[in-house]
Design a protein around this ligand. Structure first.
Ligand code: ADP
Ligand code: MG
Length: 621
């Protein structure tokens, strides 16, 4: 059996790197600026520990475009490299100098925020350049080096006469990539990836207006255009920041967002993982356009992505802001992320911080929370539905608004209603409405009886109350117009039936034959005379299942519409129906009453509505 070794050579790998290493060409600029930034962080560190003596000057990166020569330049005054270092760090593909630096200065450099670690970033420049040059002078007393490579594995390395410390990278931009010679394109990339990097990045100049020497006369001056804010709010200690600073940073992050955020949460942890950031609760509107400003993920102040799926729990996807963590593995698939233990810890931490913040707002500024509840409740309800850990914490601060804009915690609600709103099996019945207008009649009649009616109008409410009922014993939610309300009313035994059993037996078939529709089950109830003569009620269970189907989840097949037609036997009109001799007239009265019940629920439409109008005209003419 022949045996051998597969020969993997650089010639084979180089084109692969160019093609497949990064799905996104544009990140080459981010990589090169990250290297330049690392070089600045290193010189700063070496100076701080006394390894570099004397002044190190103002540190910064500069980007330049030479359109004529088709060159894009990235210049820094960081540590630089000696010839030997160029050979080692640049020629040995996948040898990360960043990692070596961290290893060597392990003790002191832990928190310096060095970015690189794969040792491949530099080569991404060949995705857009035919030829790349490095001119670099180390802080060490050695001559500068000039490295040139045209994308083949061959390179040249010679001495250069560069005098100042630092590195210049020259990209000879290829024909296909000439976009990267456009100022607007580079500005766009700098804004996307480098807006908050830790050292100043200069790109061209800009005009600034400053107050002139003479009063009232402004002067125009040309200044360096620094595109980044090296000290964004999330990197600063929370104790240093005021409310206004957080708002200011929000505007910086989303310059086209005009609404102010409602709350912010400052994330700051360094053990067992490192994570900083600021999350904002925005006013959540139905305008999906606002949705496009999403949470941004950074690593050491370098923008990575605004797709935080798998890192931030799904229910917090509606929040905005920044998280920065060097501990999130990125060159892996999303499905791997979700199973990664350290990512899980990060996700749990974020969930906990959000819950803790809401709890502290609840405790310390309850009125503030109540006034913004409508704008944030969807996030909380969704969190309670999908994350059990969040549910447990949210139980204490989740608010239940009433139709009269009172806000109860669950405990407060229970205390308030437990005497009046229980059924014969001892279940606590929480009454709610989903729409104040559509269920107006029912809300009013429930309130008249002294019941408390909640207004629960988010689309996921049917799912959430299903969960609440399963978590708590003897708790039932019931919409004001669902038939379980009648169970409550029946407890009220002061109402005596005006009709005898005999009369009732006569009435029921009369109504059934007049309505003749399988959807309706006729139910005779002696209600007080102020209630409507006829009412339609849909069983809570049926209606809720249908709603759950509509918003996803539940797979019960399609459910039929079923209603109870509740006939108030104490109503004058019902007695009149019973005593009407001619069948035609009686049927017409019954139909009219059923239509009125529908009308009060806003469900009388189309042909039925036309018939109702014609019948009404007949009755009054
Ligand atoms: P990584 O940044 O992950 O280490 P790169 O391929 O981006 O990998 O860079 C390789 C190495 O080359 C760096 O670690 C650094 O030692 C060196 N290097 C790259 N750019 C510069 C620069 N502008 N100044 C100094 N050293 C640099
Ligand atoms: Mg790098």
């Amino acid at each position: 059996m022949p045996k051998g070794k597969i020969n993997v050579s650089v010639e084979n790998i180089f084109p692969l790197i160019k093609k497949f290493l990064y799905s996104d060409q544009e990140i080459f600029l981010r990589e090169l600026i990250s290297n330049a930034t690392d070089a600045l962080t290193k010189i700063q560190h070496l100076s701080s520990i006394g390894e570099v003596k004397g002044e190190i000057g103002d540190l910064g990166v500069e980007i330049k475009i030479d359109k004529k020569k088709k060159i894009l330049q990235i210049i820094d005054n960081g540590v630089g490299m000696t010839s030997e270092e160029v050979k080692k760090y640049i020629n040995d593909v996948a040898f990360s100098g960043a990692e070596e630096f961290l290893e060597k200065y392990k003790e002191t450099s832990k928190d310096t925020g060095i970015i690189g670690h794969f040792g491949l970033g530099f080569y991404s420049s060949f995705m857009v350049a035919d030829k790349v040059e490095i001119i670099t002078k180390s802080y060490k007393d050695e001559p500068a080096a000039h490295w040139v490579c045209d994308g083949s594995p061959e390179y040249s390395l010679k001495k250069s006469d560069k005098k100042e410390r630092g590195t210049e990278i020259l990209l000879h931009i290829s024909k296909d990539s000439k976009d990267y010679l456009e100022e607007s394109k580079i500005t766009e990339l700098l804004n996307k990836y480098n807006k908050f990097m830790p050292h100043p990045i200069k790109f061209g100049t800009k005009e600034e207006t400053i107050p002139g020497k003479e009063e009232g006369k402004d002067e125009k001056v040309t200044v360096d255009n620094i595109i980044n804010n090296p000290n964004p709010a999330w990197t600063r200690p929370p104790s240093e920041l005021k409310d206004e600073d957080y708002k200011q940073f929000y505007r910086e992050l989303y310059p086209y967002q005009f609404e102010e955020p409602l709350f912010h949460i400052h994330l700051n942890v360094d053990y067992p993982f490192n994570l900083t950031g600021i999350l904002y609760f925005p006013k959540i509107s139905n305008d999906l356009n606002l949705q496009k400003d999403r949470i941004q993920l950074y690593q050491n102040q370098v923008f990575v992505t605004d797709n935080v799926e798998g890192i931030v729990p799904e229910f917090l996807g509606l929040l905005k802001g920044v998280i920065d963590s060097p501990d999130i593995p990125l060159n892996v698939s999303r499905s791997y992320l979700q199973s990664d233990a350290s990512v899980k810890k990060i996700t749990n931490y974020i969930t906990r911080k959000v819950a803790d913040k809401l709890n502290s707002i609840f405790k310390n500024e309850r009125e503030n929370l109540e006034s913004k509840w409508n704008d944030i409740k969807v996030v909380i309800e969704y969190g309670m539905l999908t994350e059990d850990k969040f549910y447990d914490k949210a139980e204490s601060f989740n608010l239940y608004p009433s139709v009269d804009e009172k806000y109860y915690t669950y405990q407060e609600l229970e205390d308030k209603i437990k005497d009046l709103q229980t059924d014969k099996d001892g279940n606590l019945i929480v009454l709610y409405a989903q729409n104040k207008d559509e269920q107006y009649t029912y809300i009013e009649s429930a309130k008249e009886k002294g019941y408390e009616v909640l207004l629960l109008d988010s689309p996921i409410i049917p799912h959430l109350i299903q969960k609440l009922e399963s978590k708590k014993e003897k708790l039932k939610f019931s919409r004001v117009d669902s038939d379980t309300l009648e169970n409550l009313i029946k407890k009220d035994d002061q109402v005596i039936s005006k009709l005898s059993d005999e009369e009732k037996e006569k009435l029921k078939p009369m109504i059934e034959s007049a309505v003749s529709d399988d959807k309706y089950t006729v139910q005779l109830e002696p209600l007080d005379s102020s209630s409507l003569p006829f009412m339609l009620a849909q069983p809570e269970f049926m209606r809720r299942m249908k709603e759950m189907q509509q918003t996803g989840g539940g797979s019960m097949g399609s459910m039929p519409d079923m209603y109870s037609l509740i006939v108030n036997t104490n109503h004058e009109l019902v007695s009149k129906i019973l005593n009407t001799r001619t069948e035609k007239k009686r049927n017409s009265l019954i139909k009219q009453s059923v239509d009125l019940a529908k009308l009060s629920q806003n469900t009388l439409t189309g042909k039925e509505l036309t018939e109702f109008i014609n019948r009404s005209i007949d009755l009054i003419k």
